[in-house]
Design a protein around this ligand. Structure first.
Ligand code: M6P
Ligand code: ZN
Length: 188
């Protein structure tokens, strides 16, 4: 036995969600990278495509695709709207469909959109401390409905994979708009 108590190589801030150290990757999504997901394409044209939409820090202790492992991450979604539609993530099904995920809200105000393969949508409001269990076979996307950054933690199986193609083709069947200051779901 190695009797030495080891210092871990990765640090997580429970306050801010910040991940630092070994096996941490960062993914940056600028508005230009996700412009196609928004309904109002005329509004998109007037906006700065270089603007940050969201960032994900994630911890990958095992290779993508390994069964039995876990990944852990934090998403930082900026406040903003395209027309009256709130900034949101691309959203995805898992490639390996029957794999679940946890999301939890660290700070900010938001909404989690959940959609099954028949296009049935449910939505859960997100606020500091809210815990969201996303079952297998359910696509998931978050939208920032507040005035500050929405920070969301996540933990998912390392063999889940991301299927963005299905969402890119048919989208979510409901979108989230600011209607007189109230987050409102609309079909389309
Ligand atoms: C969470 C997890 C990640 C995901 C990220 C951004 O951190 O679900 O797997 O990549 O959110 O969401 P998306 O990939 O839909 O842009
Ligand atoms: Zn996922």
């Amino acid at each position: 036995m190695n009797s030495k108590i080891m210092k871990v190589a990765t640090i997580y801030s429970t306050m801010t969600g910040r991940l630092k150290g070994e096996d941490v990757k960062e993914t940056v999504r600028k508005l230009g990278d996700i412009a196609g997901i928004f309904e109002d394409q005329n509004a998109v044209k007037t906006m700065d495509m270089d603007m940050l939409a969201y960032r994900v820090e994630s911890h990958h202790p095992v290779d993508e695709g390994k069964s039995g492992g876990l990944f852990f991450g934090t998403s930082y979604l900026q406040a903003g709207k395209v027309g009256s539609e709130y900034f949101m993530t691309k959203g995805h099904f898992h490639s390996n469909r029957d794999t679940a995920e946890y999301y939890w809200c660290i700070s900010g105000q938001g909404c989690l959109l959940l959609m099954d393969e028949e296009g049935e949508v449910t939505a859960e409001s997100m606020e500091e401390g809210s815990l969201h269990y996303i079952p297998g076979n359910i696509a998931h996307r978050i939208a920032n409905t507040g005035d500050s950054e929405l920070v969301v933690g996540a933990c998912w199986p390392s063999d889940a994979g991301h299927d963005y193609g299905t969402i890119a083709e048919s989208g979510f069947s409901y979108r989230l708009f600011d209607v007189d200051g109230v987050p409102t779901l609309r079909k389309g």
